[in-house]
Design a protein around this ligand. Structure first.
Ligand SMILES: [Zn+2]
Length: 69
């Protein structure tokens, strides 16, 4: 799975980068998986790996343990 963690102001750009990459290299399922961008400044975020809820400031997903940063 491909994903990015970016600051709030960069979230839109992150989406664009992921979309461009996905369109170039992935099939339809891959494009869906690559469409997740984590906003670490948001109150909560959705984990790109397990779709669990990640609290603000958390260094890893409490559901699956995916690390950020
Ligand atoms: Zn997770």
């Amino acid at each position: 799975m491909l994903w990015l963690a970016v600051a709030s102001q960069d979230a839109q750009r992150g989406n664009e980068v992921l979309q461009a990459h996905a369109d170039a290299q992935l099939d339809e399922a891959g494009r869906r998986a690559a469409s997740t961008v984590i906003d670490l400044d948001a109150e909560t975020s959705e984990c790109p790996a397990c779709t669990g809820t990640i609290p603000q400031g958390s260094a890893r997903c409490p559901e699956c343990g995916l690390r950020f940063g």
